[in-house]
Design a protein around this ligand. Structure first.
Ligand SMILES: C[S@@+](CC[C@H](N)C(=O)[O-])C[C@H]1O[C@@H](n2cnc3c(N)ncnc32)[C@H](O)[C@@H]1O
Length: 235
């Protein structure tokens, strides 16, 4: 496994930097992570699409919790939607409207072709801001591709884009592990996450109520850093 020399992994270096340089360094880290993941997802789009076809049983349970009680044709936002399959496709099939946002043009092109009823936007989760609110928001297996220094800010933005009574469905990494890169289909990807407890703390501090929360993979100590899923509701 290779590692990017992130600020999070080099705390002594950070201490020696001025606040301005530290901000520049974090911005450079996040931009590098974003560029790496975008190029990598674009180049593995076909392999990813062939592998990611059906919902896993716990994903169905989380989707059920997300969409419970929603009126027909409710507006749902999917941040890091990939090819739209299987999550956005299932939400559309259940009679809702989906706006999907993803940085990877090749994956989004698949979503556009297969699901013309969806509203597919090429863009970064970091810069997406909507004037409207959504009845439900999904950010599934995408936040952990973004530098953790941005997570609290992005979670706060998701909460503001959520309509009262709306729910947010999210996965994060399962441990305290520092930022790292790993390979998938022969390409390198950047990963970073706060541990689940801290993410829940941020969500609760933003006024959200946990509905469903559990480990999908326990951190195995080696390559698997774990993966934790939540559905939270805005009062
Ligand atoms: C592991 S895939 C998950 C896709 C989909 N949510 C699913 O569950 O099948 C991660 C997706 O997030 C997208 N992504 C990662 N970082 C992103 C970012 N900063 N802005 C927009 N999309 C991002 C990738 O392009 C990729 O499509």
């Amino acid at each position: 496994m290779e590692s990017l020399p992130t600020a999070a992994q080099n705390p002594l270096h950070i201490v020696e930097m001025s606040a301005k340089r530290r901000r520049t360094r974090f911005a450079a880290d996040s931009a590098a992570a974003h560029a790496l993941n975008r190029a990598s997802y674009d180049s593995i789009a076909a392999a990813w699409d062939s592998a990611r076809t059906t919902l896993q049983p716990r994903e169905v349970a989380f989707l059920d919790a997300l969409l419970e009680g929603l009126e027909p044709r409710a507006e749902v936002l999917d941040l890091g939607c990939g090819s739209g399959r299987p999550l956005a496709a299932e939400i559309l099939a259940r009679g809702h409207r989906v706006t999907g946002v993803d940085q990877a043009e090749a994956l989004l092109a698949l979503a556009r072709r297969r699901y013309p009823d969806g509203n597919w936007i090429l863009g970064a989760v970091e810069s997406f801001a909507a004037a409207q609110t959504y009845r439900a928001i999904v950010c599934w297996d995408a936040l952990f591709h973004i530098h953790r220094s941005l997570h609290a800010l992005l979670l706060g933005r998701m909460v503001r884009m959520l309509a009262p009574g709306g729910r947010l469905m999210l996965t994060v990494g399962g441990s305290e592990h520092p930022a790292f890169t790993d390979t998938m289909f022969g390409r390198r990807f950047f990963y970073d996450s706060y541990p689940p407890g801290k993410v829940l703390e941020v969500l609760v501090a933003n006024g959200l109520r946990p509905v469903l929360a559990e480990y999908l993979n326990l951190p195995a100590g080696g390559r698997d850093k774990g993966r934790y899923a939540v559905v939270v509701e805005k009062p």
